[in-house]
Design a protein around this ligand. Structure first.
Ligand SMILES: CC(C)(COP(=O)(O)OP(=O)(O)OC[C@H]1O[C@@H](n2cnc3c(N)ncnc32)[C@H](O)[C@@H]1OP(=O)(O)O)[C@@H](O)C(=O)NCCC(=O)NCCS
Length: 245
């Protein structure tokens, strides 16, 4: 019998504004202190991404708890940030739980993803017309990518630049190396019928795959990467519930 492909749940949320009182209970102390230290403009999306990850994890109750079988409350989860910056969702008492998690927050949208199989990375990036895309590509992308962007018209350049950017960041989050891994990794291998592209990253032996994500905002590009094997991506609608308080 063939094993089922990994299931990857993704959710997109707008920022959670107003600094709700329940945030103190939902976030663990380390997150709370990072949230409080952010500039006011960054807090709503940070909170949305971290809440979104918990909402997805709670939906996977049978994977995260073997006790009552009921979905755990938001307050059941803790959050650990590894020295590299890679996040791990834990139980509130610090015990590890088996779901892999990734978040992104920027450009007016928060994204969270969980997966029960392998490390994942999610990224979103909004189009900012003030950016000099060619200059950024010259500095960070592979030479051939920069040359290709130079040959494109403006619209195509915008699309390719952002697709590559989000795919690269998603890959670097999945591996846990972050931007230190370098943005020269190529992410334009042919896609399979589900949109997954294999990625070869120097010094990384485990197979890596990346695919684009359609976000709820046409001006925001998104991508998800997974280590191991391509999965089935489920975009889940989540909503903030004031009863968490
Ligand atoms: C990871 C990185 C690509 C994120 O990009 P970004 O555009 O700034 O921000 P995004 O909104 O897309 O993503 C932010 C999330 O990336 C995640 N992240 C950060 N570093 C990560 C890493 N090494 N691996 C996986 N995920 C990481 C975090 O969950 C973070 O959200 P959180 O702080 O709320 O938990 C980039 O910030 C990076 O490379 N950081 C490296 C950090 C670093 O070098 N730290 C050195 C510590 S010694």
């Amino acid at each position: 019998m063939r094993a089922l492909p990994p299931l990857i749940d993704v959710t997109f949320l707008p920022g959670i504004t107003g600094e709700p009182a329940w945030a103190v209970d939902v976030l663990d102390p380390e997150e709370l202190s990072r949230w409080s230290s952010l500039h006011a403009t960054g807090r709503p999306l940070f909170l949305a991404a971290h809440v979104g990850a918990r909402l997805l994890a709670a939906r996977r109750a049978s994977w995260v708890t073997d006790e009552s079988g009921e979905a755990p409350p938001m307050t059941a989860f803790g959050w650990l940030t590894l020295p590299s910056g890679k996040p791990m969702l834990t139980f509130r008492d610090g015990r590890p739980q088996p779901l892999h998690v990734s978040v992104a927050h920027g450009g007016g949208l928060a994204a969270a993803a969980v997966c029960d199989h392998g490390p994942i990375g999610v990224d979103v990036e909004h189009v900012d017309t003030r950016r000099n895309l060619l200059a950024i590509a010259r500095r960070f992308y592979a030479e051939a990518e920069h040359a290709e962007l130079e040959r494109c018209g403006v619209d195509e350049r915008t699309v390719r630049f952002h697709q590559w950017w989000t795919r690269k960041e998603a890959v670097l989050k999945a591996t846990g190396v972050g931007l230190r891994g370098g943005l020269t990794v190529r992410v334009d291998a042919p896609a399979d019928r589900d949109g997954w592209r294999p990625v070869a990253l120097d010094g990384h032996d485990a197979p890596l795959f990346v695919r684009d994500l359609r976000t709820p905002d046409a001006g925001v590009f998104g991508a998800i990467a997974i280590e191991g094997q391509p999965g089935v991506v489920q975009v889940v609608t989540t909503a903030v519930d004031e009863r968490w308080a």
